[in-house]
Design a protein around this ligand. Structure first.
Ligand SMILES: C[S@@+](CC[C@H](N)C(=O)[O-])C[C@H]1O[C@@H](n2cnc3c(N)ncnc32)[C@H](O)[C@@H]1O
Length: 366
């Protein structure tokens, strides 16, 4: 991949390294990081090396009568942001609309004035949610300007935000369709809730989790389930699933998604992982009908808090999806104790950056 922003933009720090070398370098890094554990060969799961990000956020830079997208500067160039002309890592539908959209916004002072940030969310059909974030008072009168934008960009639903206020034109979600191993799953993805950034890698992560949970007996507990991204396909491998997540809107989407995909063996609960851990301690009747042997976790970068780690440690089989090898390593110090690491995958969600996503399968040793 080449990009005119390479060497200026602080996002793609590995811009000088060919993609294959990035994969090899990251695999070696992980091997070294996890050398104290008895891990099997790391499975490297890669995807396209351009137009892979289904969502992206850009600051907006205004200069005279021109506006630019802006990204944070490279560390070595100091603090602040720099204007960019393109971003090649974003989904093609986002890439193609970015500059034409900004040219239209430039023509309308009401839309342009104090526009601070533009966020994009796309689906595989090329439909988009674009969120315009302002540092000024915004009221309903912006509707007529957005209507003009929508005439030019019918594939976009717009959201206008300013501190504490939000205007939606016409909806705040997309329906995504993912083909996983020949079967299509549908997901409602709500703006400003978590969704996996890299669509192709996400499909491969779900397929990997499906493969690694096929032989498991009993029910499944899932923590940090988001909109049911893993829950819905994996529910086909289990009799019953109970899945939890802290974000209420994500749980609403997950419940909708279970219905849309005709899955009736899942219970979703909106609560934190720590609160859910307490249910087990309190012998809550909510859990009494579940055979609690298997757990899938996909926490944020901070990994597991101590309460949740203790809870997860009670399960025989653990599938851990992690976007932060540092906290994964910390959590494995506990979880790999008395368990065999059956599989270790590196999913390249974030090409051209040093970020690494991993999947680990653990099984209790007798
Ligand atoms: C990395 S995302 C994974 C979501 C989902 N598994 C997916 O694949 O889209 C982590 C999720 O954890 C949720 N979360 C963050 N802190 C949490 C907590 N303390 N308890 C439960 N869920 C939490 C976030 O809202 C987010 O949806």
């Amino acid at each position: 991949m080449t990009c005119s922003s390479f060497g200026k933009c602080g996002s793609c720090v590995l811009w000088q390294m060919p993609y294959d070398e990035q994969l090899e370098m990251k695999k070696e890094k992980l091997k070294e990081m996890f050398s104290e554990f008895n891990i099997p060969e790391i499975e490297v799961i890669s995807g396209p090396d351009e137009h892979f990000r289904a969502r992206a956020e850009f600051r907006v830079w205004h200069e005279d009568d021109k506006s630019y997208y802006a990204m944070r500067k490279r560390k070595e160039d100091g603090r602040g942001v720099i204007p960019i002309e393109e971003c090649k890592i974003v989904d093609r539908a986002i890439y193609e609309v970015m500059n034409p959209l900004l040219r239209e916004i430039e023509k309308n002072e009401n839309l342009r004035f104090k526009l601070y940030e533009i966020d994009f969310l796309s689906n595989s059909k090329g439909e988009l949610i674009v969120t315009l974030i302002y540092h000024k008072k915004v009221d309903e009168s912006i509707a007529k300007d957005i209507k003009k934008l929508k005439e030019k960009f019918p594939q976009i639903d717009f959201i206008v935000r300013k501190k504490g206020r939000k205007f939606v034109f016409d909806k705040n979600y997309l329906i995504e369709e993912l083909d996983i191993d020949g079967k299509v799953y549908k997901y409602k993805i709500i703006e400003n809730t978590f969704s996996q950034p890299n669509r192709e890698i996400n499909k491969k992560m779900i397929s990997w989790a499906l493969k690694n949970s096929k032989e498991l007996k009993g029910d499944l507990v899932e923590l940090y389930c988001g909109n049911g991204n893993f829950t819905i396909p994996l529910s086909e491998n289990f009799k019953k699933v109970i899945a939890t997540e802290i974000n209420k809107e994500s749980i609403e989407a997950a419940t909708f998604n279970a219905e849309m995909n005709k899955r009736d063996n899942i219970t979703f609960l909106a609560m934190s992982a720590a609160e859910f851990s307490d249910l087990k301690k309190e012998n809550s009747p909510l859990l009494s009908s579940y055979d609690l042997k298997n757990v899938l976790i996909d926490p944020p970068r901070a990994g597991l808090d101590s309460k949740s780690r203790e809870f997860v440690n009670e399960f025989d089989n653990i599938i851990y999806i992690s976007c932060n090898p540092e906290t994964l390593k910390r959590d494995l110090e506990t979880l790999a104790n008395g368990r065999k690491i059956k599989a270790f995958a590196f999913f390249d969600q974030f090409p051209y950056t040093n970020h690494m996503e991993c999947g680990v399968v653990l099984e209790r040793e007798n």
